[in-house]
Design a binder for this molecule. Structure first.
Ligand SMILES: C[S@@+](CC[C@H](N)C(=O)[O-])C[C@H]1O[C@@H](n2cnc3c(N)ncnc32)[C@H](O)[C@@H]1O
Length: 255
């Protein structure tokens, strides 16, 4: 299975208001440029906290029942790597690891040491999962990429490919519920992130522009939960992490 990069029509689409960061992969191959540095940039930008946030998602994936797991926009494969560490030997799960960017997928392949039994890595557009059948997955996850995609299209595709009863898990930047603290956090990000990132990337603005814009404009936890419910998900809930800088949403496809 796999999709040729040229066939992925996201590259021909513009961005929509449901794409919080207004990220257009066709216009900017930022993830191809930063693939080899992506993990260190995550450590730098989050002061290491992304590791804890990702552990929450990986733990939840590992504890949920269901055989077929699909990780969207996997980047360097941090989420599947963490899930695999938590699963017992002979777990019998199938992990479908996907991303739009071949260079990121190469990093994921290296991190997952080739592809352990039950793991497959493929190019796939989270906004149009044409190679995935309806009702074929038990869990669909996405970490820190919902803000750079058309989130409604991604959620609708997750809904389509999930089996009834399947879960959609989204780890994403969120809003600190106490507004003054959130405003302070955004001011800190606006001030410090460009400075740190300019040094770390040699002035590659793309590496942090999307992050900043997405952090500013991604909906609040409640508003995003309402969007998931409007698509058809039920039992939509979320857990704030680090005061609500990040949230882990979970939603169930009815049935
Ligand atoms: C910020 S990184 C997140 C990577 C990883 N999930 C993590 O938490 O470390 C965003 C990833 O989304 C991928 N991406 C962006 N748009 C995408 C799309 N429409 N479909 C699939 N992947 C996409 C990029 O190539 C990149 O690897």
């Amino acid at each position: 299975m796999g999709v040729e990069t040229a066939d992925i029509d996201t590259r021909a689409r513009g961005t929509s208001e449901a794409n919080a960061a207004a990220f257009a992969p066709r216009a900017d191959d930022v993830f191809a440029r930063i693939a080899t540095r992506y993990d260190s940039l995550c450590d730098l930008f989050s002061v290491g906290a992304h590791r804890l946030w990702k552990e929450h998602l990986a733990r939840r994936i590992a504890e949920l029942p269901g055989r077929e797991v699909l990780d969207l926009a996997t980047g360097t494969g941090d989420i599947p790597a963490r899930v695999l560490r938590r699963l017992p030997a002979g777990h019998g799960r199938t992990l479908r690891v996907t991303d739009l960017c071949p260079q990121m997928l190469d990093m994921a392949r290296a991190k997952l040491r080739g592809a352990p039994a039950g793991v497959s890595l493929d190019l796939a557009d989270a906004e149009g999962l044409s190679d995935f059948a309806d009702a074929s997955m038990d869990i669909v996850s996405i970490a820190f990429a919902m803000k750079i995609c058309d989130r409604r299209r991604v959620a609708a595709e997750a809904f389509r490919v999930l089996r009834p009863g399947g879960r959609f898990l989204v780890l994403e930047a969120a809003r600190i519920p106490w507004a003054p603290l959130h405003t302070t956090y955004l001011a800190y990000m606006d001030l410090c992130l460009p400075l740190i990132a300019r040094l770390a990337t040699g002035g590659d603005r793309g590496a942090y522009d999307y992050l900043l814009k997405g952090v500013h404009t991604f909906p609040s936890q409640g508003a995003f939960a309402a969007e998931l419910a409007a698509i058809g998900f039920r039992e939509v809930s979320w857990r704030d992490l680090t005061l609500g800088i990040v949230a882990l949403h979970e939603a169930r496809k009815p049935g």
